[in-house]
Design a protein around this ligand. Structure first.
Ligand SMILES: [Zn+2]
Length: 242
């Protein structure tokens, strides 16, 4: 995987530099999609086995399965996938969706946002906001409310491939930068063909804390209208030294 990644990304000096300097000895460069749905979401038919197969075809070796209001698919994937799987869930709250990552158990939907955040944290999970500024799917909070929420957030999804245009993602990226939050990215795939429409290249990690650190070194590549664009998260831009 490493040589394959290097071959295709051999102009990416920063990533190579990052691999050589990984203090933990994890030398594999992860190619990750942190927002995939399985058939355990009511609006997807993706079988876990087929997700694994598709990821392997694409060289994706780390995923977050983030079903709507369900974690069964993520746990099933964890059992069968020969690569890293983060158990996540998109919880529908009174203010819109919040994503818990590194979850141990299901969180019921239809609760206040603050309660969902507390339930994610009490099980050692990380709080991510998926597509925060996407029309209809984003959080229904004004700017002040978003700013107040920021200290409770661990991660902002700065690139969601289902956003039909780049503006909501750019806004999410700006928000992440302003509040010093690491950015993640995902295809939000509800069908197999969407998997990998955006992917994150980053160092390996072994815990939620390391995940946050690794994200700050991430590079994101995503697809809009059939064209691949290089999307550098704010952190990748300002962390000149990595
Ligand atoms: Zn989703």
């Amino acid at each position: 995987m490493l040589s394959e990644a290097n071959a295709s990304r051999n102009s990416n000096n920063e990533i190579l530099h990052c691999i050589q300097n990984d203090k933990k000895g994890n030398i594999e460069l992860l190619k990750a999609d942190f927002h995939i749905h399985s058939k355990y979401s009511m609006d997807s038919q993706n079988e876990p086995e087929d997700i694994v197969k598709r990821c392997q075809e694409l060289g994706i070796n780390c995923v977050a399965i983030a079903d709507h209001n369900a974690v069964e698919g993520a746990f099933k994937m964890k059992e069968i996938a020969p690569f890293k799987v983060i158990v996540a869930e998109e919880v529908l709250t009174h203010s819109g969706e919040v994503m818990g990552m590194f979850l141990k158990k299901h969180i019921a939907s239809g609760i206040p946002l603050e309660e969902a955040i507390a339930k994610i944290k009490e099980q050692g999970g990380l709080v991510s906001i998926p597509h925060p500024f996407a029309p209809l799917r984003g959080l229904r909070l004004n700017e002040d409310e978003m700013a107040k929420l920021a200290p409770q957030i661990d991660i902002i999804e700065v690139f969601n491939a289902r956003c039909p245009y780049i503006q909501p993602n750019n806004k999410a990226n700006e928000f992440a930068g302003e509040h010093n939050l690491p950015g993640t990215a995902g295809s939000d795939a509800h069908t197999l063909g969407e998997i990998g429409n955006v992917f994150v290249e980053m160092p390996d990690f072994n815990s939620p804390q390391e995940f946050l650190e690794a994200l700050r070194k991430a590079k994101i590549e995503g697809k809009y209208s059939g064209l691949f664009v290089h999307f550098h998260s704010t952190w990748a831009k300002i962390q000149k030294g990595f």
